[in-house]
Design a protein around this ligand. Structure first.
Ligand code: BG6
Length: 300
C-alpha cells in the first residue's frame, strides 16, 4: 500500500508508541491512557483509562490471526452479516475481510493518534479477494483524547469501477451487569430484529437487555448512551454512520461460540455497533467515503 502518511522515524518515535510484530500500543502523552491495536484486523483489543479496561475481550479470543477477534473493536467491511448469495457462493464470509486481514501501521499522524491502512494487497483470503475484486484504500485513524477514543475510517475507491460496501465498528463494551444495563437514544427508531425476525419501531426510552438481542436500528440519532441503572457508562457518538446494531448473545449463543469465554461473560459485555449497514453504500471511482465514531467513558 502506498503510505499517504510516511512518518519519518523522528516523528514516529517521539510519539509514545510501542510496536511489536503483531500489535501497537499507543499511550497518551500524559501517560494515563492507552489503546492496543492488533495489526490483524486493525482490531482494538484494549482501551484503558487510568489503567482501567473499557472494552470486553473474550478470555480465549484468538489473537494469532487464525480467527476474527472475539471482543474489542473488530472492523466490518465490505459486508455486514451474512454476505449476499452471489458473494457467499464464492466463499465470502460473514462481516467481510477487514477483520481477518493484517493491516499496515502507517505511523503516528498527530497528537495521540496513529493510522493503519489496508489495500487489496493485504487481503490474504484469496477467495474473498477474488469475489470482491476492487482496488481500494482504507485508512483507519485511532486517537486517544482524554476519556474519549476517536476512531475514523476513510474508504477510497481507487478502482475504475464503482463498488458497494457496508462499514461497521463492532465495539464490545465492558459493562458491570447486563441485567442492569439500558441503552438510551433509540426511541422512535425503526428496528430490524434478527431474533424475533420482525421489523418495528422502538418505543422504549431506555432499552433493557434481558435476553438474546440482535437488532439493527436504522437511522438512529447521533448519540447513544449505555447506562448502568440510571448512570451513563458510555456515550457513542457517530458521524456519517446512520445505524446502530445492538447485540448480546445471551446464554445459548454464548455457549455455541467456541471463542466466547467465560460462558457467562455475556453479563459483562454489550455490543453497540456504529455502522452504515442497513443498505449498501455506493462509491464511484476516485471518490472517498469517511465516517467516525467517538466513544466516551463515564466510568472514571
Ligand atoms: C453482530 C450481528 O453484528 O455480530 C450478529 O448482528 C452476529 O448477528 C454478531 O452474531 C457476531 O458475529 P460474529 O461473526 O463475530 O460471530
Amino acid at each position: 500500500m502506498v503510505n499517504p502518511f510516511i512518518a519519518t522515524s523522528k516523528t514516529f518515535f517521539k510519539m509514545p508508541i510501542d510496536q511489536t510484530d503483531d500489535k501497537v500500543i499507543l499511550t497518551s502523552s500524559d501517560g494515563k491512557n492507552s489503546v492496543t491495536v492488533l495489526l490483524y484486523g486493525a482490531t482494538i483489543i484494549s482501551w484503558k483509562l487510568n489503567g482501567k479496561e473499557q472494552l470486553w475481550l473474550s478470555e480465549n479470543a484468538k489473537l494469532d490471526g487464525s480467527k476474527a477477534v472475539r471482543g474489542g473493536i473488530p472492523l466490518v467491511f465490505p459486508v455486514f452479516g451474512p454476505p449476499p448469495k452471489e458473494l457467499a457462493d464464492k466463499g465470502f464470509v460473514q462481516h467481510g475481510f477487514a477483520r481477518v486481514s493484517t493491516w499496515e501501521l502507517l505511523g503516528a499522524t498527530g497528537d495521540n493518534e496513529i493510522q493503519l491502512g489496508l489495500g487489496p494487497e493485504n487481503v490474504s483470503d484469496e477467495k474473498m479477494k477474488a469475489a470482491w475484486p476492487f482496488d481500494f484504500t482504507l485508512i483507519y485513524s485511532v486517537k486517544l483524547d482524554g476519556e474519549k477514543l476517536h476512531t475514523k475510517i476513510s474508504i477510497e475507491n481507487t478502482d475504475s469501477k464503482e463498488f458497494e460496501f457496508n462499514w461497521l465498528f463492532h465495539t464490545y463494551f465492558r459493562i458491570n451487569e447486563i441485567e442492569n444495563t439500558t441503552v438510551k437514544g433509540l426511541n422512535g427508531v425503526v428496528v430490524t430484529d434478527k431474533v424475533s425476525k420482525s421489523d418495528y419501531t422502538e418505543e422504549q426510552d431506555n432499552v433493557a437487555i434481558k435476553q438474546e438481542v440482535d437488532r439493527v436500528y436504522s437511522s438512529a440519532g447521533s448519540n447513544v448512551v449505555i447506562q448502568d441503572g440510571n448512570s451513563p457508562l458510555f456515550t457513542v457518538e457517530r458521524q456519517n454512520l446512520s445505524d446502530v446494531v445492538v447485540w448480546n448473545p445471551w446464554t445459548e449463543k454464548a455457549n455455541g461460540m467456541s471463542d466466547f469465554t467465560p460462558k457467562d461473560g455475556f453479563h459483562k459485555m454489550l455490543c453497540i455497533e456504529a455502522g452504515s449497514v442497513s443498505k449498501f453504500n455506493k462509491l464511484a471511482p476516485n471518490n472517498k467515503w469517511e465516517a467516525s465514531q467517538v466513544i466516551q467513558s463515564h466510568k472514571l
